[in-house]
Design a protein around this ligand. Structure first.
Ligand code: ZN
Length: 266
């Protein structure tokens, strides 16, 4: 089994999808109050999350739709200034599986161009809006020089995809269990969960994945996790992970680089 660096028995990543207004725009919403929930993610939540990460001295990965980067350029700057990774996450949070081949490639290139310009560095990671891929997505990522995908739900540890266009992407798997949206996102259709029991569930999942030497890949949305009651839960979660022995807290870019190097070494 491929090991983790510094004698760690497992890895943990804190990732944030900064969907802002596009989370709602992608659902056909243009009503101002609903959209303003997305704005909250950028103007209120993001600075507090960056503070929390700075105090904890941990790196994170932020996936930003191109539309959000264009409309909130200071957000991308503040993420980069905090030393965090920026990855691609579509343009207006469109469903990749609904796009034709030409549209999909065009959006991917626009997103690469926008984030490279704003972040001052070319993104190497891709997370699809709502974790939905088309049958072409992985080959497109390989063609355009991405290092990793963080979309699949089949494993607890990273792995290499089969070669495409002469390149093997690293996959860093995710799960709805480790996502804040299923528990806290309010669409008017079901009740939100109280933070305490959700935190307990995340801690138990983290302990289990750690025992299995995997990577706990948390996926949060600033507009959802950034409410004060849930920020308290995030702080407790980060504290718990930091104080768990032999767990490597890293960005997905670092995890991908480490996995590729050790996989190559056999
Ligand atoms: Zn998203």
């Amino acid at each position: 089994m491929t090991g983790w660096p510094h004698g760690a028995r497992a890895a943990c990543a804190f990732t944030f999808d900064l969907d802002a207004e596009t989370l709602w725009m992608a659902r056909g919403v243009n009503e101002p109050v609903t959209l303003s929930q997305g704005t909250f993610g950028v103007v209120e939540a993001l600075p507090r999350i960056l503070d929390l990460l700075r105090q904890a001295e941990i790196p994170a990965s932020f996936f930003v739709p191109a539309w959000v980067a264009e409309h909130h350029p200071d957000a991308v700057k503040s993420i980069v200034a905090g030393g965090h990774e920026v990855g691609c996450h579509g343009d207006v949070h469109e469903k990749v599986s609904d796009l034709d081949a030409a549209q999909e490639e065009k959006i991917l290139l626009r997103s690469l161009e926008t984030l490279t310009r704003q972040a001052g560095r070319r993104p190497i990671g891709y997370r699809a809006p709502a974790w939905q891929l088309s049958p072409r997505t992985l080959a497109l990522l390989a063609r355009h020089g991405f290092e990793y995908s963080s979309n699949m739900m089949d494993r607890l540890r990273p792995y290499l995809h089969p070669a495409s266009e002469g390149r093997r992407l690293v996959e860093i798997p995710v799960s709805w269990v480790l996502d804040d949206a299923p528990f806290f996102m309010f669409t008017g259709q079901r009740a939100m969960q109280p933070p305490g029991p959700v935190l307990q569930g995340w801690l138990t999942e983290f302990e289990g994945i750690t025992e299995m030497h995997g990577v706990t890949n948390f996926t949060f949305h600033p507009q959802i996790i950034g409410r004060p009651s849930r920020l308290a839960c995030l702080r407790e979660l980060i504290d718990h992970v930091r104080h768990t022995p032999r767990v490597w807290i890293a960005s997905l870019a670092e995890i991908s680089a480490h996995y590729r190097a050790t996989a190559a070494a056999g």
